[in-house]
Design a protein around this ligand. Structure first.
Ligand SMILES: NC(=O)c1ccc[n+]([C@@H]2O[C@H](COP(=O)([O-])OP(=O)(O)OC[C@H]3O[C@@H](n4cnc5c(N)ncnc54)[C@H](OP(=O)(O)O)[C@@H]3O)[C@@H](O)[C@H]2O)c1
Length: 376
């Protein structure tokens, strides 16, 4: 479809079914920039990604969905190294195989050779490859720190970090005593990102993109329920818990951007759009099977493709406009529009409260001496 399409195509069905709560909030509906993004032309396309030769990027959750297409476009535009930071080597290697085939189809790389079992025959060792697997399980804070250390030990610069991985409506409850959406969507990325900050500073100009969601508008009153976030008896529904974790993403992006203001490290948050991916596959299990079936069918019909869903984060990760306009701690919606998240997220006090809470929680899980990873 052409760039002028209603790229929230079918957004009506989405809002009716799952964003009813958001509809009541009315925040986006009353904003001109939101309507511009719905009705206007795309502000960015994959063709506008500059040459990324020499750049090193990490994309979390790159084995499928929006993250996969993000990694594909970075590699297509010459990014020298793209790390797919994923929890499963098998799934990451399958994604790497598929990206390489796509690069070949685009005439950008030779077709890899495979042995009889379908394994690629490599003529260089893994460290030399453009596309590499980095083991990262965001549900395990210690492993997040180990993943960052593994990357740092390679001695490479880091120009682009895209914290894309996430879970939607899950049944899991608590992971290591932490509400599961907050664990995977916020505390894991926090624990992974902070040890990489010095490397991002050394490699500047560099970018951090934190993938949030417009669903943040449906979070609890006050944005974050610090008192009862990890209380297993809390009866908030799963969507509200997801929304709280997506609120945390924006607060983290804004807090990190403020801490890096003296450096050319540009940190921003995005809503990728309503995208047809696997993220809400479990919705039937946490609502009802019938609702789940209808929802998934409508979502499949109405939502954007993952290719288009990747564009706003690619814009934040690569567009010269970000540096040119000195965009820091901003929030972007499809495709490449700057927009305002909920007003309360601009409060430094709230950003810092989450930062301190996250530092303490991460430190407690690492059972270290509670030292700050990054001081103001
Ligand atoms: N789709 C939408 O409509 C939409 C809307 C707004 C925001 N978003 C955001 O966009 C981002 C990408 O989502 P998506 O739609 O592309 O979903 P997706 O297709 O389900 O992909 C999610 C990715 O996150 C990875 N992941 C999940 N748990 C992980 C863990 N513990 N450790 C490491 N990686 C983990 C998954 O890996 P596995 O394959 O191993 O599970 C997968 O690679 C998420 O942050 C989401 O909140 C999506």
């Amino acid at each position: 479809m052409e760039p002028t399409q209603l790229h929230y195509r079918g957004g009506f069905g989405w809002f009716l079914l799952t964003h009813f709560h958001q509809f009541i909030h009315g925040h986006s509906w009353s904003s001109p920039s939101f309507w511009k993004s719905v009705l206007g032309k795309d502000r960015f396309s994959a063709n506008e990604i500059p040459d990324l030769t020499g750049k090193v990027a990490i994309v979390t959750g790159a084995n499928k969905g929006i993250g996969y297409h993000t990694a594909l476009e970075l590699a297509s535009h010459g990014c020298s190294k793209v790390f797919l930071a994923c929890r499963s080597r098998e799934r990451a290697m399958a994604a790497i195989k598929s990206i390489k085939q796509e690069l070949w189809l685009r005439g950008l790389a030779p077709l890899p050779n495979y042995d009889d079992d379908g394994r690629e025959i490599q003529d260089t060792d893994e460290d030399q490859q453009q596309l590499q697997f980095l083991e990262l399980d965001l549900a395990d804070i210690r492993q997040c720190q180990d993943a960052a250390k593994t990357f740092l030990a390679k001695g490479l610069p880091l120009h682009i970090l895209i914290n894309n991985a996430g879970i939607g409506t899950e049944r899991t409850g608590l992971i290591d005593g932490i509400e599961c959406h907050m664990a995977v969507n916020h505390f894991g990325p926090f624990a992974f990102t902070l040890p990489l900050v010095d490397r991002l500073i050394e490699s500047q100009p560099s970018r951090v993109v934190i993938v949030s969601s417009i669903a943040h508008e449906c979070s609890v009153k006050g944005g974050i329920n610090f008192e009862r976030m990890n209380d297993p008896t809390l009866t908030d529904n799963h969507y509200v818990k997801y929304a709280q974790s997506k609120t945390a993403n924006i607060l983290f992006a804004k807090a990190l951007a403020r801490r890096l203001v003296g450096h050319k490290v540009y940190v921003n948050a995005v809503h990728p759009g309503v995208v047809d991916t696997a993220i809400f596959d479990h919705i039937g299990a946490v609502t009802s099977p019938t609702f789940g079936r209808i929802f998934l069918k409508l979502n499949r019909l109405c939502a954007m493709t993952a290719e288009r869903g990747a564009l706003t984060q690619l814009y934040c990760a690569t567009s010269p406009e970000i540096e040119g306009e000195n965009f820091r701690g901003q929030w972007f919606i499809p495709i490449g529009y700057r927009h305002s998240p909920k007003k309360q997220l601009d409060r430094h006090e709230l950003q810092d409260r989450l930062w301190e809470y996250s530092e303490q929680l991460v430190a407690s899980r690492l059972a270290n001496d509670g030292k700050n990873f990054l001081t103001q």
